[in-house]
Design a protein around this ligand. Structure first.
Ligand SMILES: Nc1ncnc2c1ncn2[C@@H]1O[C@H](COP(=O)(O)OP(=O)(O)OP(=O)(O)O)[C@@H](O)[C@H]1O
Ligand SMILES: O=C(O)[C@@H](O)C(=O)CO
Length: 416
């Protein structure tokens, strides 16, 4: 069984959806479960909110998760981080990878954020988003983890204990056996991690074969999809594309991402639905603010499209807000308002929640208190509908840059 440790909740649903799409029965649990695994599955994905925590906290949470996965029958492990390698110079990708490698007593792993279907590719060890380098893609303006470099070897070396080598495109296209030889050479030269080029899915399929016996694999959801396809070939009877979908019921859109794509999605959705901007100053200073937003949302629950509360702003406005209130202060206040609002709305009876942004989605799900999810139909690559395990509540946790411009409306057009 494959055990996945995901550093945020949107990332967890991203990888879980690709595992399911490629034939592995999968359950997604929110945080380290208090009890043993209840069902027989091929993969367990555990969502953490550890991407931007202090390093020691992220390491400890990840080790606790590994421990639970080991005690529940997992034999191979995947550390899922963002396809845009979201992290600070201190971590957490490097330190968590090192801690997991030490705990698993393994001395080599791969670094593979590539997700070609969503435009994340790697060439000569540089990470691209579409046709631009990561650090020119808008990710340099990220509110919490601004990405100022696109060179994955440099990024990893800055935060990890060991050295990072490269298996370049020309080697990858020679096939899985050759890639394995490249790994051996890198190990002999003292490298502990290999960035592997992937400009399209063909290289991910090669890599999935080459790492079949690795105890620990790290990356985005792209490689995991091909690992699942590779594994499920042996058990084709398990291939089961899911059709789980929400019914038309009270719904809300909560957008806390400031990514380039979320900005476009929010603008597009404003032309269709009632919308209200979440004001940071009010969040910080008005103790009744979440209640006021709640009242506004319930007044619009019978509209054709779900009302949207959004903190989303373009880069210049974000800079001004962060200068005025401090980046951490602003983002904590916003996250906490979204969390309180979501809790009130669930209590009121809202059944479908569409949230944008990894940190935002993580805090909302934690506050709503679900143990875990069944994975439903994909709305866009990497964004499935999720059904809470013991309740008729559905969530769509959208990673910042995923989905097309019409995502919010399209997700609701799927209601049955
Ligand atoms: N108007 C704003 N001013 C300041 N901070 C904001 C504002 N809007 C959102 N934020 C903060 O920015 C952060 C956005 O991170 P989040 O992970 O939710 O989105 P994302 O990074 O685009 O998504 P992903 O991690 O899935 O790519 C959150 O902490 C949020 O509270
Ligand atoms: O890999 C991605 O891009 C997403 O799953 C994610 O982690 C965004 O938070």
């Amino acid at each position: 069984m494959l055990g996945v440790i995901a550093d945020d909740f949107t990332g967890a649903s991203d990888i879980a959806s690709f595992l399911v799409e490629n034939g592995l029965s999968t359950v997604q649990m929110n945080g380290v479960p208090k009890r043993r695994l209840q069902s027989a599955v091929d993969a367990v994905v555990i969502s953490l909110k550890s991407r931007s925590n202090p390093v020691e906290e992220a390491v400890q949470q990840s080790l606790n998760t590994l421990n639970w996965l080991q005690h529940n029958g997992c034999t191979q492990f995947y550390f899922k981080y963002c396809s845009t390698f979201d992290s600070t110079a201190n971590g957490n990708i490097g330190p968590v990878t090192d801690a997991l490698m030490n705990a698993l007593d393994t001395d080599f792993t791969v670094i593979t954020p590539a997700l070609p279907i969503n435009g994340r590719t790697i060439f000569n060890g540089y990470l691209f988003v579409g046709q631009t380098l990561l650090n020119e893609s808008g990710m340099q303006n990220h509110p919490i983890t601004p990405m100022k470099d696109a060179n994955l070897m440099r990024l990893m070396d800055a935060q990890a204990d060991g050295k990072t080598g490269l298996v370049g495109y020309a080697d990858v296209i020679r096939g899985a056996d050759h890639v394995k030889c490249c790994f051996d050479q890198l190990k002999q030269q003292g490298y502990r991690y290999a960035v592997v080029d992937a400009v399209d899915n063909v290289q991910l399929a090669v890599l999935a074969k080459a790492i079949d016996d690795f105890k620990l694999v790290t990356g985005g959801s792209g490689l995991a999809a091909y690992m699942a396809a590779h594994k499920s070939k042996n058990t084709p009877q398990k291939t089961q594309k899911t059709a789980l979908l929400p019914t038309k019921a009270d719904s809300v859109v909560l957008s806390g991402s400031c990514s380039v794509m979320t900005n476009k999605q929010v603008e597009a959705y404003k032309t269709k639905a009632a919308h209200k901007w979440l004001d940071v100053e009010q969040s910080l200073n008005n103790p009744n603010y979440a209640d006021e937003l709640y009242q506004w949302v319930i007044e619009h629950l019978n509209d054709d499209y779900a009302p949207m509360v959004y903190a989303t702003v373009p880069p210049q406005k974000l800079k001004e807000i962060q200068q005025q209130f401090g980046a951490d202060n602003a983002s904590h206040a916003i996250e906490s308002t979204f969390a309180t609002l979501a809790k009130k709305l669930k209590r009121y009876g809202v059944k479908n929640f569409i949230t944008a942004g990894g940190e935002t989605s993580s805090i909302v799900v934690q506050e709503l208190g679900f143990d875990g999810f069944q994975i439903g139909k994909q709305i866009a690559p990497g964004v499935p509908w999720l059904k809470a395990l013991d309740e008729e509540v559905f969530l769509a946790l959208k990673s910042g840059n995923f989905g097309s411009e019409t995502f919010f409306a399209y997700a609701q057009e799927m209601f049955v």
